[in-house]
Write a protein that binds this ligand. Structure first.
Ligand SMILES: [Zn+2]
Length: 113
């Protein structure tokens, strides 16, 4: 079973969130721990958490590419519009190539890419 373009982009954005959110929480926890008992280990781990969180942020915004035209859907289409949040107009088409976001990821034979 083929995934839709929407599922493909959301999966990529979720990978970024799964990397970013826990590392932001870890960074905050390390910062709080650093206040109570300053430690070089906490400081180094905090910088590593920050670097990972920035990587997750970049993945959240730039890894969700349209499989048909490689346009940056993740950066140009709001997450909640991709998810179909109530009250927001759902994103329906790639703003770069116009393909439906509910089309399968792989173009079928004879279909323009
Ligand atoms: Zn596209």
């Amino acid at each position: 079973m083929s995934r839709t373009i929407r599922q493909h982009v959301l999966r990529r954005k979720h990978y970024g969130l799964c990397l970013m959110l826990p590392l932001v929480a870890a960074g905050l926890a390390l910062g709080i721990a650093q206040e109570d008992a300053p430690s070089r280990l906490y400081e180094v781990l905090g910088w590593i958490a920050l670097a990972g969180a920035i990587t997750g942020f970049v993945a959240f915004h730039y890894a969700g590419r349209c499989p048909r035209c490689t346009g940056n859907l993740g950066g140009h289409t709001h997450y909640w519009r991709l998810r179909g949040w109530p009250g927001l107009a759902p994103a329906k088409f790639c703003p770069f190539c116009g393909v439906s976001l509910d089309a399968p990821c792989q173009a079928s034979e004879g279909e323009p890419r």
